[in-house]
Design a binder for this molecule. Structure first.
Ligand SMILES: [Zn+2]
Length: 214
């Protein structure tokens, strides 16, 4: 089951709907790359950088909007691929940017996969305790046995269905207690090493630019 679910998550970041795969990839890649530098890319900027017609980029954006994978402010991409300039409970401090993420898996997985040095801060949904994860050139460590609840239920809208429940807990015990209070939540418990591996599978290809293969 874990393998199947991981593949599903990896494909969440791939092509979507009827939009051209290259356009969706370009929006996600150039949008994410700009956010990592603390700036929000414009759609025309993505068209210029990718060499795609602006109309294709707009088609890609529309497809991402439909599945809840992009945030826009005017014609600027302020959130994509898990990173956002909008405040959330998950903060990600990078050398060149103070960002937030849509879920805890994004917060740990993105810097881990990209080999970045970062500090992740979030809160345990069970006890509201502060959790800090230090990422040193992609290697993630935290005090105690922090545990990620990774949802496995069907997912139509990434942020509504997946991100809202993908949280870090301060201990396996607190995940267990939270599950008792949320019996309809389906998911797996991942330790920090497993969450890091999943992050590599989801975001590792961004180190090398937009994928050219389907
Ligand atoms: Zn806790």
């Amino acid at each position: 089951m874990a393998e199947f679910d991981q593949q599903t998550l990896v494909e969440m970041l791939g092509g979507t709907g009827s939009a051209p795969r290259a356009a969706v990839d370009a929006v996600q890649y150039h949008g994410l790359a700009s956010l990592l530098n603390g700036t929000a890319q414009t759609l025309s900027g993505i068209a210029a950088r990718s060499g795609l017609p602006l109309s294709d980029v707009e088609d890609g954006v529309r497809a991402l909007v439909e599945v809840g994978r992009i945030d826009l402010n005017g014609d600027r991409v302020i959130g994509v691929g898990g990173l956002t300039l909008t405040s959330t409970v998950h903060s990600l401090s990078l050398p060149d940017a103070e960002l937030h993420t849509w879920c805890a898996l994004d917060a740990v997985g993105i810097p881990a996969a990209l080999g970045l040095t970062a500090t992740v801060q979030t809160r345990c949904p069970q006890c509201d305790g502060r959790i800090t994860v230090d990422v040193d050139e992609g290697s993630a460590t935290a005090a105690g046995s922090v545990t990620l609840f990774c949802p496995t239920a069907p997912c139509d809208n990434v942020r509504a269905d997946f991100c809202s429940a993908a949280n870090l807990f301060c201990s396996p015990t607190h995940v267990t207690r939270w599950r008792q209070d949320h019996p309809s939540a389906l998911g797996e418990d991942l330790d920090l090493a497993a969450a890091t591996r999943l992050g590599h599978a989801m975001w590792g290809h961004y180190q090398h630019g937009p994928s050219s293969t389907g």
